[in-house]
Design a protein around this ligand. Structure first.
Ligand code: HEC
Length: 134
């Protein structure tokens, strides 16, 4: 019994430490996210997230994306189509979803939400997990 009750605080401490690591290690996460971005997203949303006006919406200073992080996670995971207005320009296209893990998705979010003149804080794997549709 003693051993078991010790395991709980140890497990909590480990979980807390790894969570803090994620929080403070934004730069490393963004580096990993950049690779995912360059592999999967750059062809449409472009090198600086500028997109292609009227065809591929921008991620740089995107009022639409920055307004709702959970929606951005879901659109990247599951795809999106139909009308949207991004920074005053109408889009009516289609994007496929991406099969990314919670960790990959949080790295990608950390990159796109903190690059291209965006500065919108940390996304953890746990946030990605809870944004997934059950
Ligand atoms: C083949 C082109 C293409 C690729 C590749 C692509 N997208 Fe998109 N993306 C689009 C289009 C088109 C839309 C708008 C869809 C609509 O009009 O409904 C969009 C919309 C978005 C939006 C919401 C609108 C905005 O600009 O704020 C986000 C966020 C986004 N994409 C992120 C990503 C991420 C992250 C990746 C890589 C994992 C990616 N996209 C890859 C074409 C693409």
């Amino acid at each position: 019994m003693k051993k078991v009750s010790l395991l709980i605080p140890v497990a909590l401490a480990v979980a807390l430490l790894s969570f803090q690591q994620i929080q403070t290690d934004l730069n490393a996460s963004m580096e990993r996210g950049k690779e995912i971005y360059q592999r999967n997203c750059i062809s449409c949303h472009m090198d600086q997230g500028e997109g292609l006006p009227g065809i591929f919406p921008p991620l740089s200073k995107s009022d639409y994306m920055l307004a709702d992080k959970k929606r951005a996670i879901q659109q990247t995971l599951y795809g999106v189509s139909g009308e949207m207005t991004v920074n005053g320009t109408q889009y009516n296209g289609e994007m496929n979803g991406y099969d990314l893990s919670d960790e990959q998705m949080s790295d990608l979010m950390n990159y796109i939400f903190n690059s291209f003149e965006n500065k919108a804080g940390v996304t953890t794997p746990a946030e990605v997990k809870s944004a997934r549709k059950k």
